[in-house]
Structures are given as C-alpha cells and as structure tokens.
Design a protein around this ligand. Structure first.
Ligand code: ATM
Length: 281
C-alpha cells in the first residue's frame, strides 16, 4: 500500500473511533492526530455518511490535502451495478454516490433502460405490461440495445470525457443475463448487438449484488406493482441469477460479487472497500 492509501485507512479508522466515542474535541485538536494515535483506532462501521464528512474534514485539517486531491485528479470511471430484482442496487448506488461526492468526486447516477429522454419512453414500453401490446423476445432485445446506444452517445461518453464518475444501474450483463439466460436468446447475437450498441465501451468495474431470487422478489412484492419483467416466472429469474453467477465466474477482474443479503451499511461498506482497492490504489 502506498502512503496516501495508508493515510486514508488511518483517517477512516480515526473517524470510526470518533463516531463510536464522540471524540470530536480530540480530533479537532491537531496535537492528538499523530500516527500513534491513529494506529490505535480500530473501531468501526456505522453512520458512514457522517464518517465520510469526518474523513474529509480531518484530511484537510491535517494539511494532508493529497488524499482528497488524489481523488480529484482521477479521470472518469464507469461503474455498473447489476443484480436480480430487489437486490438493493438503487439504494446502494445512492449511498455510494453520497460517499464519492463527499470525496469531491463528481458523480452521475444513471440507468438502463431509461438514462435519456428517449430511453425513458423505451423504458415505459419495455416495462409496462399491456395485454394489447405484446413485445416479442427479439423486439425486447432490440429495444434494450437501442436504449443503450442512445445512452452511451448522449450520457456515458460525454460524462466520462469530462472526468465524471458514472454509477450506472445495469448495462450489458443485464442483457446477457435476462435476454440470454432468461429468455434463451442466441448469445452470439446478443454479444454482437452489445458490441454494436456500446462501440466497445466496457465498465471499469461491475458490482454484482448477489441476493437470493426469492428474497429479492419478496422485497419487490412488498413495494409497488410489479413490472412486466418482474412478473416473469420464478424459473425465469433463477435462470437470470445463473447468468450472473456464470458471468462473474468468467469475468473475475471486471465483475465483483458482493453478498447483497447483509445490512444496508454492511453492503455499502463492502462496496466502498472494493472501490478503494480497485479504483483508488
Ligand atoms: P430495473 O428495474 O432494475 O431498473 O431494471 C429494469 C428491468 O429491465 C429489469 N427487470 N425488471 N424488472 C431488467 C430488465 N433489463 C433487461 O431485461 N435487459 C437489459 O439489457 C436491461 C438493461 C434491463
């Protein structure tokens, strides 16, 4: 680990200690912020938004602007969140965005389908179930590809070019999992379409929030009305899950599995640790 990472780790530990023991006066008083003191602090994992504010505060307060500056100088990153229904992507993306923004990183939250104005119309077509308007399987595949092509040109490429961090709810692996494994469409056609739609743009990192299909669906059923794909059979959703399992196994450096069944804070902490290891070190 290089110096900045060690320092960041120490700062995290220090802020964790603060949250547990309300040590604000000590932390404000710089004389207490020395390596020995920081090394001793090994507590942890609650109230992460406050903790992150404290991280920033201490970083600047110590005159160690390099930690924040390091994040600021990074080029754009494309991070995708994947998983079956009810895996917690939306919540975790929001929390992750707050965390990154607390580090002075500009974040764009977006999704597929529906990340552009055209995409919102496509999303409605794809997800609103109407008995008078059936959607064929190949048509469905093409609509997802159309949404993606527009999303990349209008949203992803321009934001990456200006150094933003993009957190995207679903991308090409959803098509492989849902249309490939779920519907059983031809994988080679799916791969070709993904290539056409993306022009080869791949995520820097894809986080797969892995939850049991039944658990995820029961979370969804407790919420609003189910959409057209959520209403698919349990067997369909199990095939989708199998798709994610196989994708993660065959792309270990791009797709990282996180157990999504833990508490919100624990899952978020795991995401932050992975991002720190993979993108900031
Ligand atoms: P969200 O509900 O996670 O926003 O996703 C929209 C739906 O679109 C989701 N299923 N449901 N409900 C998965 C589905 N989907 C595909 O089937 N193929 C794709 O390529 C994408 C991006 C999403």
């Amino acid at each position: 680990m290089n110096g900045d990472c060690e320092l960041a780790q120490k700062i995290i530990s220090a802020s964790q200690k603060y949250l547990q023991s309300n040590f604000m006066p000590k932390i404000i008083d710089k004389q207490y912020i020395n390596d020995e003191y920081l090394e001793e602090l090994r507590f942890f994992r609650t109230c992460y938004p406050i903790r992150l504010l404290v991280i920033k505060f201490i970083s600047i307060g110590m005159g160690k602007k390099s930690v924040v500056a390091k994040f600021n100088n990074m080029s754009g990153k494309f991070i995708v969140f994947e998983g079956v229904e009810g895996c917690g992507k939306t919540t975790q993306m929001q929390l992750c965005s707050q965390w990154l923004e607390s580090l002075n990183i500009s974040v764009v939250l977006t999704r597929e389908p529906g990340g552009t104005e055209l995409g919102k119309d496509l999303r409605a077509l794809l997800l609103e179930k109407s008995p008078n308007r059936p959607i064929g399987e190949v048509t469905e595949l093409l609509l997802y590809a159309a949404d993606r092509a527009q999303h990349i040109e209008e949203e992803l490429k321009p934001n990456l070019a200006t150094g933003k961090f993009i957190l995207c709810d679903r991308y090409i692996d959803s098509t492989i999992a849902y249309q490939g494994y779920g519907r059983g469409l031809n994988m080679s056609i799916i791969n070709q379409l993904n290539q056409i739609a993306t022009g080869g743009l791949a995520s820097d990192l894809t986080i797969w929030l892995d939850v049991d299909v039944e658990v995820g669906l029961s979370r969804k059923r407790g919420q609003a009305k189910l959409d057209r794909i959520e209403q698919e059979t349990i067997a369909f959703h199990r095939r989708v899950q199998q798709g994610y399992t196989e994708l993660a196994a065959s792309n270990p450096s791009r797709i990282l599995r996180i157990d999504g069944s833990g508490s919100q804070d624990f899952v978020q902490q795991s995401i932050q640790e992975i991002l720190q290891q993979r993108l900031f070190s």
